[in-house]
Design a protein around this ligand. Structure first.
Ligand code: TXA
Ligand code: MG
Length: 319
């Protein structure tokens, strides 16, 4: 595995070429780091599963460089999905849409729909553009962590997660810390009305404002099978307890306005909700690095991004 810390035009060009040749490239997005492969190359995509230790049949998100590439992968696109894409792409939002023949079963887990996203991170976009220039059509990329573990928000976290599983030919592009810090909002756009499958930085309120209607919150009631949206996910080795006081020797994560209980180990002190999301996974990762057995978390309250953070922490706390 080659770790590239200065992403110049040349290194991005090499990375795009590597993808074309069927190698894996981990790259930064504004949400979390993704583990990328050519989305039309079955062999390359199958390596994503083995490197992640991910059970087969879990669909992958295909990343494209712009809304103009949507028609290659998706068909029968409802008007509301176009409105969402126009408003929020490039950005932290994934749309699930009826697939074209380009989206094979090895991408969709055998379902008739495909997840698509245009990321907003400059390195990711440059990589996508270069890849498409070389004839590529999309980069399949799940979060670059082992299955069920915490998503990486730095390149170091990627190599910590996957360094032992990647080949010497594979690349990790370092783009610094991800700005959003939690995975994209996923919206099921396969029916007459949108359904929210995974909350994220594109919030229910933002969607409602654009569409003048709410995206139904399905909480598992959807017809869509999204096996990655399991109850237990995003989990560090340390046990997570929600809204309890940290005991001495335990990790503690809360807004900066809350004092650290005596003897507890502070993992992050965010002062805004955006900072809470950005630092969340680093904090959980640092608990494991310090060998902590337990982490007490004070959940953020309210709608929007806070709801997405609670979603992740509830899953991290489920065993
Ligand atoms: O922010 C993100 O979305 C990051 C970055 C790298 O783009 N990617 C990411 O991918 O979080 P992943 O695979 O870790 O999580 C995607 C989730 C999985 O739970 C998967 O099951 C679901 O999206 N998903 C993907 N394609 C789907 C589809 N066609 N139908 C239903 N669920 C899908
Ligand atoms: Mg993931």
């Amino acid at each position: 595995m080659e770790f590239i810390s200065k992403c110049t035009a040349d290194t991005i060009s090499n990375a795009a070429q590597a993808l074309k040749e069927g190698r894996l490239v981990a790259f930064p997005t504004e949400t979390v780091y993704g583990l990328g492969a050519d989305a039309t190359n079955e062999k390359a995509v199958s390596r994503i599963y083995s490197v992640k230790g991910r059970p087969v049949g879990h669909p992958l998100i295909v990343h494209i460089s712009s809304i103009n590439k949507l028609d290659q992968w998706a068909t029968d696109i409802p008007d509301y999905a176009i409105e969402l894409a126009r408003e929020f792409w490039p950005g932290p939002m994934t749309l699930i849409l009826p697939r074209t023949d380009l989206a094979k079963d090895f991408i969709t887990g055998g379902q008739n729909n495909v997840g698509l996203r245009v990321p907003a991170q400059p390195i990711a976009l440059a990589l996508l553009k270069k890849f498409e220039y070389l004839g590529g059509q999309g980069i399949a990329a799940p979060s670059a962590n082992r299955f069920g573990a915490v998503s990486p928000t730095t390149a170091d976290a990627v190599s910590e997660e996957l360094g032992n599983y990647l080949d010497s030919e594979d690349l990790v592009l370092d783009g610094g810390q991800c700005l959003v810090g939690i995975e994209s909002t996923i919206i099921d756009c396969t029916e007459s009305a949108p359904k929210a499958l995974r909350p994220g930085a594109i919030t229910e309120e933002m969607i409602e404002q654009v569409l003048d209607k709410k995206a139904e919150n399905t909480e598992g009631k959807s017809n869509i099978r999204a096996p990655g949206l399991l109850d237990s996910h995003y989990a560090p080795k340390a046990e997570i307890s929600l809204n309890v006081v940290a005991e001495p020797g335990e990790g503690f994560l809360a807004f900066s306005k809350f004092q650290t209980p005596i003897g507890a180990i502070r993992l992050a002190s965010p002062s805004t909700i955006e900072q809470y999301a950005r630092d969340l996974y680093m904090a959980l990762r640092s608990a494991d690095q310090q060998g902590l057995k337990k982490v007490a978390v004070l959940l953020p309250e309210g709608n929007g991004l806070a709801a997405a953070i609670r979603d992740r922490l509830n899953k991290a706390a489920t065993r």
